[in-house]
Design a protein around this ligand. Structure first.
Ligand SMILES: [Zn+2]
Length: 245
């Protein structure tokens, strides 16, 4: 009897490794993976067609990430569908060590159909949602732990500008720069190339030149410019010299 069990175990292992070998050779597109529960598996996330037929329901988790980001759409039955629901039962998330689930705005239901049922699922998991989204309301409705996603977490760098030229006339200088789209310009100038003790001047977005007065005679100056868009600044431009006079 024991021997027989061993034989089947060996046979099972062989079949498993064989399917893995074949699986590795088959293009990803051709194979629809299925999880052990019989649901479609996409990057460790189990999904099924929602009853409405126009969206996806998240059923389970088979991966090992601490933070799971639920995609905005899933390809299922040849359609790109948004997820609208996560099944109320924590199937594999906590078990596999998930601590955070980032859910898209389209996801509007995480509950159980029977409202009298005490839902203890996902109690050690924090959901990440956009403030004011349907997803935010859904996690709040279930009393799950959640935090708001910060949209500035992946900022686009602010486009800077450069100084075209500086003209020195006695104790003043005129600086001109390239116009770019921004909310305002910030100019700084100093007698030191490293901008030590620099003075700063702000200019409106429609300006492309500035006259600085009261420069010291026979002193060289250095000037730089950057732009501000919203609350963010661009990098400073290259340092330009203001010749002495
Ligand atoms: Zn599953």
């Amino acid at each position: 009897m024991k021997k027989r069990t061993k034989f089947y175990a060996l046979l099972f292992a062989m079949v498993l490794s064989l399917t893995q070998m074949i699986g590795a050779a088959v293009p990803v597109k051709a194979a629809t993976k299925e999880c052990s529960h019989g649901y479609t598996l996409v990057n460790g996330i189990g999904i099924r067609m929602h009853e409405c037929g126009e969206s996806v329901c998240i059923t389970c988790y088979h991966g090992h990430s601490k933070r799971v980001v639920i995609p905005k759409t899933f390809k299922l039955n040849g359609k790109n569908l948004p997820p609208t629901q996560i099944d109320w039962a924590d199937c594999g998330f906590s078990e596999n060590g998930v601590k955070e689930i980032v859910i898209p705005d389209t996801l509007d239901y995480l509950g159980y159909w029977d409202e009298d049922e005490v839902n203890t699922s996902y109690k050690d998991i924090t959901f990440f949602v956009h403030k004011g989204s349907k997803a935010a309301k859904a996690v709040q409705a279930e009393g799950y732990k959640y935090r708001y996603l910060n949209d500035n977490s992946n900022p686009q760098p602010v486009k800077g500008t450069s100084i075209k030229r500086t003209v020195r006339i006695q104790n003043l200088t005129k600086i001109t720069w390239k116009k770019v789209k921004c909310d305002k310009y910030e100019i700084r100038y100093s007698q030191k190339k490293n901008m030590k003790n620099a003075k700063k001047i702000n200019c409106g977005k429609n300006k492309t030149s500035l006259v600085i007065k009261k420069l010291k005679k026979n002193r060289k100056y250095y000037v730089q410019i950057r732009t501000k868009s919203g609350k963010k600044y661009s990098a400073w431009s290259k340092v330009k010299t203001i010749s002495k006079r």
